[in-house]
Write a protein that binds this ligand. Structure first.
Ligand SMILES: Nc1ncnc2c1ncn2[C@@H]1O[C@H](COS(=O)(=O)NC(=O)C[C@H](N)c2cccc(Br)c2)[C@@H](O)[C@H]1O
Length: 530
């Protein structure tokens, strides 16, 4: 008879640490973090041990003079030490700014200059040039080690309130200058509760987290696991890129749920489909961040017939907002999985070009999000904040703000939403507006194509040329670019047919694992016409 493990008890007015440590009150002995140490060794931190670590680190940070309104720059991958540290920050009302060790020096310096952290903590050797900026310390498995105390500051606030900033995530802004998304405890916990309504995992589950710590997807994974009384399994970044090692981590840690962007599956599906299919304990997959190419999604679903696959949509400005089960079986004529609808407690509106809501099957519009999980604003950027948090277009008088996502959506027959690309994602080709995703969707219909990316190459005469790269499925035959172009021509206007199509082994991805269109365009320009 299976003993039912009591779920954690959540209370109103929770801060992020309250929410994430709730299970320490109900199941202190159960594993909170399971780290893969290699050669069959696992390092487990129980909820009780995590809570004790948070207490010690909170005392160390308080002793260093940190308090509400301060910021800590936290350079690390996801780990028990990292989680314990950011929870301690939350206990003191100190915001943490996560950056991954792979962050280039210039970007780290930009973020540090903008956020003026009271303390810079690094899991590895702290980067020297930051030493003069304030306090410096290192994260060690046994706790925090200060190398330079933070300068003393005048303290105006002493209470931690749920509206305080829990963290700030810097995303690449379209203007090139990174924007700091400021998230309050109240917003994060509101999203976490919305996520818990989806019944994704229970206390016996082990959630593999594959995103870099600086990507809020990692914070979703931590919230999903710890908020459910389950375990987080951080997947070491250097093992993720090797299919066999990735599968070894999943198998040896007893992972039951894998969260990650679509690209983490590309090489596994190409080279280790059988190894993946052998993981019968895998009962859930959650992906987010961009569309999952349908041929790859079908192969993933075939490898894991027992798994629930969920498409999670959203922006860092509300962590995420919608969860939709990928239909099983996937209809043949479906060209992308739905994003469904916002989680309970939030609502996605479709707004037409005239600012009025659009409804009814097939309606198209820009998605606006109404939610208690909305971000506070962009750090030190009131103008960008005003353009993202806008008065509710259905009734501006209340000054209730909604998030203008910048994403286009369309309504399906049953009221479920589909993602139709970025509102600013169109490119102009010979005067015609083109959604690159439409070209990619057509290429994905080609037999033997597993993934595709379309890109525009600026020409000397000011015009642009449309090109594409495709990744072939393992069983595909030789690729004929002429035949592929003819295939596109039967369904797309001439200006949307790629002038050249390259076969590539993989597609470049950003540090967060999403298709890197800048790298793609640079590569195509070099490989393209001389
Ligand atoms: N499921 C989808 N299908 C298609 N397009 C998606 C999906 N999820 C996003 N996007 C796109 O990515 C944009 C946002 O980018 S972002 O701010 O860097 N954040 C992200 O990508 C990740 C985002 N915070 C997120 C999403 C889900 C869970 C967590 Br936890 C975090 C959205 O505005 C969309 O354009």
């Amino acid at each position: 008879m299976t003993t039912t493990v009591p779920p954690p008890v959540h209370a109103p007015g929770e801060t992020m640490p309250d929410f994430l440590l709730a299970a320490a009150g109900t199941t202190p002995a159960r594993p909170a973090v399971i780290e893969f140490a290699g050669n069959g060794e696992l390092r487990t931190t129980s909820y009780g041990e995590l809570a004790a670590r948070v207490r010690d680190t909170t005392a160390a940070l308080a002793d260093a003079g940190l308090g509400p309104g301060d910021r800590v720059l936290l350079e690390t991958d996801t780990s028990a030490a990292a989680i314990g540290t950011f929870l301690a920050c939350g206990r003191l009302g100190v915001a943490f700014v996560p950056v991954s060790p792979q962050t280039p020096d210039v970007r780290l310096a930009t973020i540090a200059a903008s956020t003026e952290p009271a303390l810079y903590l690094s899991a590895g050797e702290p980067r020297q040039f930051l030493a003069g900026a304030g306090g410096v310390g290192t994260l060690a498995p046994e706790g925090l080690r200060l190398r330079r105390r933070p300068a003393r500051r005048v303290r105006h606030r002493r209470e931690v309130v749920a509206a305080d900033t829990a963290y700030m995530i810097f995303t690449s802004g379209t203007t090139g200058r990174p924007k700091g998304v400021v998230m309050s405890h109240r917003a994060v916990v509101a999203f976490y509760h919305g996520m818990l309504t989806q019944g994704l995992v229970g206390p016996a589950d082990r959630v593999a987290s594959t995103s870099p710590f600086q990507f809020d997807f990692s914070l979703l994974d931590i919230g999903l696991a710890l908020g459910s009384g389950a375990s987080v399994v951080p997947v070491p970044r250097d093992l993720l890129r090797w299919p066999s090692r990735f599968l070894t981590v999943l198998r040896e840690t007893g992972t039951t749920q894998v969260n990650g962007v679509p690209s983490i599956w590309r090489q596994v599906l190409r080279h280790s489909w059988n190894g993946l299919a052998a993981l019968h304990g895998l009962r859930g997959v959650l992906f987010c961040g961009e569309r999952f190419p349908m041929p790859e999604l079908r192969r993933l679903q075939a490898a894991l017939p027992q798994a629930r696959i969920v498409n999670c949509y959203g922006a860092t400005e509300s962590m995420a907002c919608a969860f939709a089960d990928v239909p099983r079986p996937l209809p043949d004529d479906l060209d992308q999985p739905p994003i469904g609808r916002a989680h309970p407690g939030a609502e996605l509106l479709l707004i037409g070009p005239d600012g009025a809501p659009v409804t009814g099957p097939g309606a198209n519009g820009e998605m606006y999000l109404r939610s208690p999980a909305l971000f506070t604003g962009y750090w030190d950027d009131p103008e960008a904040t005003r353009s993202a948090l806008v008065p509710d277009p259905t009734d501006p008088r209340s000054n209730q703000v909604v998030l203008r996502t910048g994403d286009l959506g369309c309504l399906g027959p049953d009221g479920e939403l589909y993602f139709s690309g970025r509102a600013d994602g169109q490119v102009q080709i010979r005067g015609n507006r083109v959604e690159l995703a439409e070209v990619e969707r057509r290429l994905l219909d080609l037999p033997g194509v597993a993934a595709a990316a379309a890109v525009v190459i600026p020409q000397a005469d000011g015009d642009v040329e449309l090109a594409a790269m495709i990744v072939q499925a393992p069983d595909a035959g030789p690729f004929d670019p002429t035949e592929a172009a003819a295939f596109c021509r039967t369904a797309l206007p001439a200006y949307m047919v790629p002038g050249r199509i390259w076969v590539v082994d993989g597609l470049p991805v950003t540090e967060n694992g999403k298709l890197d269109r800048v790298a793609l365009s640079a590569w195509a320009t070099e490989a393209g016409p001389t």
